[in-house]
Ligand binder design. Structure first.
Ligand SMILES: NC(=O)c1ccc[n+]([C@@H]2O[C@H](COP(=O)([O-])OP(=O)(O)OC[C@H]3O[C@@H](n4cnc5c(N)ncnc54)[C@H](OP(=O)(O)O)[C@@H]3O)[C@@H](O)[C@H]2O)c1
Length: 342
């Protein structure tokens, strides 16, 4: 099978497509024939080994996980002994374990891992685009932010993968949503449900006072210190990006729970079976029309280097999708014909 590989940290060009054996499927596992995968910021970080602290997880001197890719959408090719949740031919989507290598023609996933039946009516390229944003934004908003109906919430980086999911989920949870993005993406975030849009190139939301119960900095561009006064008296600041400051602020502000709080979470490290159940919820939300995919672009597997370059701009609109099979490439022509994507 063809698979995305790399063997040293470096620029996008260290990524190459290689022939590898199709992985064996063990007891309790399924083999997925991948139609579409995605390249996200985490893939770019694991490939570049930067920032340096990422190497504590991905390998200090050289990459521990030479196969790239986490998210996948496709069909069950084969099931291992004892599998009851899936059968060959089922359309599925999900997130493979780190190192399993989902940007490949096949990937093996535990049947109780982060995998679920894909939403009906969505092709693989659009299904895969929903996974990373949803599995990141949901625990931030539901668990760390405890978002409730009627709350006022701001999403910084609202047109990216995580931000576009957060806008939709926050609306679903009943919050009033302010989305921060640059001007050209204002219409998109409004269409996702944002009640108000701030163009960060013209206006600084941190100058507001006592305005938000939750500030979710989906791209880690503003610190707790900068956002503090824009929060209500018991408001919470959430960020996806680790810094020394937030690693201290998270436990300290949790202990002194009376004032404004700050928190970071590491959503990718959660139990896979929990993510699997959340993906079932995502399928329902997509099928009911409450959650839509946002696709920056769909590139063929051979253009994986270009996909990594696009991710590194920090300005993708939703997710960068890799069409692994011809079926997913055809989805690209359909979405272009319909004017979907960026
Ligand atoms: N902690 C965790 O568990 C976890 C899990 C997953 C991801 N992450 C992290 O989450 C972050 C976001 O990922 P992503 O895929 O959503 O990123 P992304 O798609 O690259 O984010 C792009 C968004 O950021 C906006 N943006 C760029 N510069 C900005 C600025 N100066 N101020 C405000 N907005 C700005 C862009 O707006 P314009 O294009 O309009 O400028 C766009 O809305 C990454 O750092 C990733 O590593 C963390």
């Amino acid at each position: 099978m063809r698979a995305a590989m790399f063997d040293r940290y470096g620029p996008a060009e260290v990524v190459r497509i290689e022939e590898r054996p199709v992985p064996e499927v063990g007891d309790g596992e399924v083999l997925v024939r991948v139609d579409a995968s995605a390249v996200g910021v985490t893939d770019a970080v694991s490939r570049s080994g930067s920032p340096w602290f990422a190497r504590l997880f991905f390998g200090l001197r050289r990459p521990k996980y030479p196969m790239l890719g986490t998210e996948f959408a496709g069909a069950i090719e084969r099931v291992g002994a004892g599998v009851t949740r899936f059968a060959p031919g089922d359309r599925v989507f999900g997130a493979a374990e780190v190192g399993a290598g989902a940007t490949a023609e096949f990937v093996v996933v535990g049947e109780h891992g982060a995998i679920a039946q894909a939403p009906r009516g969505l092709d693989a390229a659009h299904a895969v685009a929903t996974v990373d944003g949803f599995l990141t934004a949901l625990p931030f908003l539901r668990d760390a932010g405890e978002v409730r109906p009627g709350q006022s919430l701001l999403v910084n980086g609202a047109s990216g993968t995580v931000g576009s999911a957060a806008v939709q989920l926050a609306k679903h949870l009943g919050a009033s949503v302010t989305a921060v993005t640059s001007g050209p993406n204002a219409e998109l975030v409004r269409s996702l449900g944002a009640d108000r849009v701030i163009d960060y190139t013209r206006e600084d939301f941190t100058a507001e006072r006592g305005a938000y119960d939750v500030i979710f900095d989906a791209v880690g561009k503003r610190s707790f210190g900068e956002c503090r006064r824009a929060l209500t008296a018991h408001g919470i600041y959430l960020t996806t990006v680790p810094t020394g400051a937030i690693m201290l602020q998270t436990p300290l502000t949790r202990v002194f729970r009376r004032g404004r709080r700050a928190a970071i979470a590491f959503t990718g490290l959660r139990d896979s079976s929990v993510k699997g159940r959340e993906l079932e919820q995502l399928t329902s939300l997509v099928e009911s029309g409450a959650f839509v995919p946002v696709v920056d672009r769909i590139l063929p597997l051979d253009e994986l280097v270009a996909a990594h370059h696009r991710v590194e701009t920090g300005h993708k609109v939703g997710s960068v999708v890799i069409a692994v099979s011809d079926a997913a490439e055809r989805a690209d022509s359909v979405s272009e014909a319909n004017g979907a994507g960026a």
